[in-house]
Design a protein around this ligand. Structure first.
Ligand SMILES: Nc1ncnc2c1ncn2[C@@H]1O[C@H](COP(=O)(O)OP(=O)(O)OP(=O)(O)O)[C@@H](O)[C@H]1O
Length: 244
């Protein structure tokens, strides 16, 4: 499949996805002590597409990424990624699916402190498809401009460098979809630019779809598609009505 064909086809389809959480009894606005955080009629991402997701704090953006990564399961509705219906998978099956198909970049990087940069990248590989490829790990570190820091531990790297290692790790398993949760929030403005460029260019070069959560309109406006969760999430209008 070439890239032109890929962009016209859908990688991810979420339909009628509802997610609720237990709430302390006195704070619950919903039924049975549960708060509906997400109620999403339809959400799709095409192969190769890059989407910025914006929305108010507490609006459910991280929850949505966790659902797409199979870290959480919806109360109802379906999430189909690359032809696989996530709700049909066991927890173990979702772990395997995530390792083979999903890359995740966290706001706080989540590198393992005892391991060097290159070892952190290789760990991303050992969870993904197939065996550890030392050559690819080195290539990925080179791509993010850190070949000379391969043997440094996270504590010996700057904050921006740590996020670049995390990006290399997220690409290590050759995912189909990269989920990035506020990846530029904890780095200085210059590093933020580098981090964003690296994520976008790497996804484009490797044919990876990207869903990136941000509060920063300077970041969002670089994307052709910007989705506002507050607009597409029916749960939020329900909260607003309850709050009146
Ligand atoms: N495990 C949980 N148990 C109970 N409530 C939860 C849980 N996880 C999230 N929530 C609630 O779900 C709502 C959405 O949280 P989420 O982290 O998805 O928001 P967000 O849009 O990513 O926010 P922010 O932009 O501030 O990071 C919040 O009101 C939060 O309190």
């Amino acid at each position: 499949m070439n890239r032109d064909q890929q962009t016209s086809e859908t990688l991810l389809t979420a339909t009628d996805v509802v997610k609720t959480f237990d709430q302390p009894a006195d704070q619950s606005g919903g039924k049975d002590g549960r708060l509906t955080v997400l109620d999403l009629p339809k959400f799709t991402i095409a192969y190769g597409e890059q989407v910025a997701l914006i929305g108010q704090s507490g609006g459910g953006k991280t929850t949505l990424l966790h659902l797409f990564a199979g870290l959480l399961v919806p109360d109802s509705g379906t999430i189909n990624i690359a032809g696989i219906e996530l709700s049909r998978l066991s927890e173990q099956g979702r772990d395997r699916f995530r390792a083979a198909n999903i890359g995740y970049v966290f706001q706080t990087f989540n590198l393992l402190p005892a391991f060097t940069a290159i070892e952190n990248v290789k760990l991303g590989m050992s969870f993904g498809q197939g065996s550890v490829d030392a050559g690819r790990a080195a290539e990925l570190l080179d791509r993010v401009g850190l070949s000379e820091r391969a043997n440094y531990r996270p504590s010996q790297l700057s904050v921006g460098q740590q996020q670049r290692v995390a990006i290399a790790r997220s690409l290590a398993g050759q995912p189909k979809l990269l989920l990035a949760d506020e990846p530029t929030a904890n780095v200085d403005p210059t590093s933020a630019e580098t981090v964003l460029d690296l994520i976008r260019t790497s996804c484009r070069d490797e044919g990876i779809s990207l869903l990136l959560v941000t509060h920063d309109m300077n970041v969002a406006q670089r994307f052709d598609r910007v989705d506002e969760l507050d607009t597409i999430n029916r749960a939020l209008s329900a909260h607003s009505k309850q709050a009146v």
